[in-house]
Ligand binder design. Structure first.
Ligand code: NAG
Ligand code: NAG
Length: 191
């Protein structure tokens, strides 16, 4: 009683900071719908390069997820090797998904190749190639692209998407911002 101005223990500050950073972490992980409003299917003749363009307009990073939306009875998503991607070889895919709303979680850097598991769709350009960088050399410059850039991106609702240490350089600025915010927050409590 009486001594309201108890100094906040240091550990509590770090817990708060950690908590805020983990919130920020989740916000930085996005789910991107492949093809945006056109979803996943054979490109229309008016937009045959839709997936190539889509890939160029999205800076995907570790922790993000690709969302493929399609009618489950008519289509599917397979992850394939670069060679299979180029030759439209549908045999021995790395991953096969056909539930109609498939999430591919990006957990490591590299090149990822996708196409439809349905015969004939790949040759009609229903294929997606993305590159994911795993280090700080990759700086987002998306605002220059205007609203067309990362259009429908939803904050991640799944808590369990792993964020690896290699993604941390991207977090440096938010961490600093939150350190300041946490400081203000703490001093409000103390006073
Ligand atoms: C991606 O993560 C979601 C949610 O954690 C999960 O439901 C889904 O099966 C994952 N996708 C793959 C291909 O593992
Ligand atoms: C980051 O990764 C890219 C692609 O993997 C590589 O080309 C680049 O040299 C790496 N940069 C650093 C600073 O490690």
């Amino acid at each position: 009683m009486g001594n309201i101005k108890t100094p906040i223990p240091k550990s509590q500050f770090w817990y708060t900071l950690l908590f805020l950073v983990s919130i920020q972490n989740k916000v930085l992980c996005n789910i991107y719908q492949v093809g945006d409003l056109d979803a996943w299917g054979i490109p229309t003749s008016s937009n045959p390069q839709i997936y190539t363009k889509w890939s160029k307009n999205h800076n995907l990073k570790i922790g993000d997820s690709l969302f493929f939306l399609y009618p489950p009875s008519q289509d599917s998503v397979i992850q394939v090797t670069g060679d299979s991607y180029n030759s439209c070889n549908l045999k021995d895919p790395i991953l096969y998904m056909n539930n109609g709303n498939s999430l591919f979680n990006i957990t490591k850097p590299g090149n990822f190749y996708f196409t439809s598991g349905v015969e004939g769709h790949c040759v009609k350009s229903q294929k997606l190639h993305i590159s994911v960088y795993g280090n700080g050399s990759f700086v987002e410059d998306s605002p220059a692209d205007g609203p067309a850039a990362p259009a429908p991106s939803y904050p991640t609702v799944f808590g369990a998407i792993p964020v690896t240490a290699s993604a941390s350089p991207l977090l440096e600025i938010p961490v600093l911002m939150f350190a300041v915010a946490a400081g203000i927050f703490m001093s409000v409590i103390v006073i």
